[in-house]
Design a protein around this ligand. Structure first.
Ligand SMILES: *Cc1c(COP(=O)(O)O)cnc(C)c1O
Length: 360
């Protein structure tokens, strides 16, 4: 079997050119006589790799100099604890907008260390929209304000950001990082598990404004202290060396393609192809409010569970895999991250039309 069109929500598809390059360099990285996996993280060769990964990411995302970039482990899920442990400095209060499972988890973790104020939630309609925010409910004394920028499971995304004034805005950008321009200077902290849009699983990127680094709550484990990682250039302990190298290759690929602005145009085009079809189909429909639609994760359904199952099965046989929706939404979900080519989305839509025709 050749390569399939992989619509997995994560770990997800990587650009083929990146996989090919990694394959070429697998046994002998640039004349070093060893694989990147076998290198000491303290070697000059590896320091060049992590340094290049960081500088490419800074360039792509236009990260200001007063922000640190950290390559950590433990997934985005560890950040749910690490953020309050480091950012609960004064009031130990935080504002959260609840737009899905990930923000719920982040909020309940923060509630272990301080008090969580839920500004708004879209749980009443199975998280199918981004709630309108009433700024009068924002706590001016909060130590941070947390959002999940793009909701991987439900397929919604923010198109305007809350104005939190002096309260640092913190965002989980796991499934939106590198897919569209993000103004880093609007945030105190951004974090992303790499396995959605940056590289393989195993590395978590944290972008943090320097003034937020320093104190931690008493009893915080050393490994959960941003200062330890910032002071040691993400080398306090062994970093996920190979995963960071893969991210470097993805960043190179993205730069070559024209950077995030160019990628964003392609992502808008891909999403439009799929949403336009969903809006015109009499069998399939999208599950979220139009104005809040994600460009990365596109959930959709038919009116029948049998038809959904039949669709997923037949799609798989034709090389469109991982289309089954999250268990909490049902139906289907097509994740169309950066690595999914326009042709993949076009081919999926052609298949959906054919399926609709054959199952009237
Ligand atoms: C996948 C995902 C997570 C969880 O990431 P892990 O790296 O598995 O901990 C958290 N938030 C969002 C938005 C995600 O998409």
């Amino acid at each position: 079997m050749g390569r399939v069109y992989n619509f997995s929500a994560g770990p997800s598809m990587l650009p083929e050119a990146v996989l090919e390059k990694a394959a070429k360099q697998m046994i002998d990285y640039e004349g070093c006589g060893m694989s990147v996996m076998e290198m000491s993280h303290r070697s000059a060769d590896y320091e060049a790799i992590i340094g290049r990964a960081e500088s490419l990411l800074r360039e792509l995302m236009n990260i200001p100099d007063n922000y640190k970039v950290l390559f950590l482990q433990g997934g985005a899920s560890s950040q749910f604890a690490m953020i309050p442990l480091n950012l609960f400095k004064k009031s130990k209060k935080a504002d959260f907008v609840i737009t899905g499972q990930w923000s719920k988890k982040a909020a309940s973790e923060a509630a272990k260390y301080g008090s969580v104020n839920k500004i708004a939630s879209s749980e009443d309609k199975i998280f199918s929209y981004i709630p309108k925010l009433d700024a009068s409910k924002f706590d001016k004394d909060a130590d941070f304000f947390h959002i999940t920028y793009n909701n991987t499971i439900y397929g919604t995304r923010y198109t305007t950001l809350p104005d939190t004034g002096d309260v640092p805005l913190v965002a989980d950008i796991s499934s939106i990082a590198l897919s569209e321009p993000i103004d880093v200077s609007k945030f105190g902290l951004l974090y992303a598990g790499a396995q959605k849009n940056m590289g393989p699983a195993g590395v978590t990127v944290v972008i943090i404004r320097e003034d937020l680094i320093g104190s931690v709550l008493e009893g915080t484990p050393t490994m959960f202290d941003y200062k330890i990682h910032a002071d040691n250039d993400s080398m306090y302990n062994t970093p996920p060396t190979y995963a960071i190298y893969m991210c470097m290759l993805v960043f190179e690929w993205l730069k070559e393609l024209g950077g995030i602005d160019a990628m964003y145009k392609i992502n808008q085009e891909k999403a439009k192809i799929l949403y336009d079809y969903l809006d015109s189909s009499s069998m399939f429909r999208g599950t979220v409010e139009k104005e809040d639609r994600s460009l990365m994760n596109v959930p959709f359904v038919t009116d029948s569970d049998e038809l959904n199952a039949k669709f997923i099965k037949e799609a798989k046989a034709r090389g469109f895999v991982n289309l089954k929706g999250h268990r909490s939404v049902g139906g289907m979900r097509a994740s169309i991250y950066n690595a999914m080519p326009v042709e993949g989305v076009k081919a999926l839509v052609e298949f959906m039309k054919e399926f609709e025709e054959n199952n009237k």
